[in-house]
Design a binder for this molecule. Structure first.
Ligand SMILES: [Zn+2]
Length: 179
């Protein structure tokens, strides 16, 4: 990450700017369980984004960073904001923690390794779907249906996951621990 990376770039609002951004966040978000999820645009990486002019220059801002700054004060360069809930579009300040870049990487790795143990890592990363869609029971069913000759496409539409996810399950690139 360098200084131009919005994931670790400073955010500081004027009082007027903060008010404007506060009402934007309120109008473009909704409660989803414990999370407050941004309903506006999202970047390819799944984080909520919005445009904002800071110190005269218009930038694409990550809304979870904006939310943290509105709740806690300015963010300085090199500080990353991570989600304790692991829900990237979430802007609930209670779910946002700050750290240095290295911490964030270690944390992310740890979480991904955790998912790998549960066998859903591939599904999660490969398709952007939540891991909750498949479980060991479904995985066994998927493999059985494939053996019986059903197409990947047909199986994928039954479970609401991508063809790639089914492919990975069948070829044990995911859920390898499930017999
Ligand atoms: Zn959350």
């Amino acid at each position: 990450m360098n200084g131009n990376d919005e994931r670790a770039r400073s955010i500081e609002f004027t009082t007027a700017g903060a008010e404007k951004m506060r009402s934007r966040l309120a109008s473009r978000s909704e409660q989803e369980g414990e999370c407050i999820v941004w309903t506006g645009g999202r970047g390819q990486n799944g984080y909520g984004v919005t445009g904002g002019a800071l110190t005269g220059v218009r930038r694409r801002l990550y809304v979870h960073r904006v939310a943290w700054a509105l709740a806690n004060g300015a963010l300085t360069d090199g500080v990353v904001v991570r989600h304790s809930c692991d829900n990237r579009p979430c802007i609930n300040p209670d779910h946002l923690l700050i750290g240095k870049t290295a911490d964030n990487n270690a944390d992310t790795l740890e979480r991904w390794e955790g998912r790998w143990q549960f066998g859903a890592w591939k599904t999660q990363r490969g398709t952007g779907h939540r891991s909750a869609r498949l479980d060991p029971e479904k995985v066994r069913e998927i493999r059985r249906r494939r053996v019986e000759g059903e197409t990947l496409d047909a199986i994928a539409s039954t479970y609401g996951v991508s063809i790639q996810a089914i492919h990975d399950v069948v070829h044990r690139r995911s859920w390898a621990h499930v017999e």
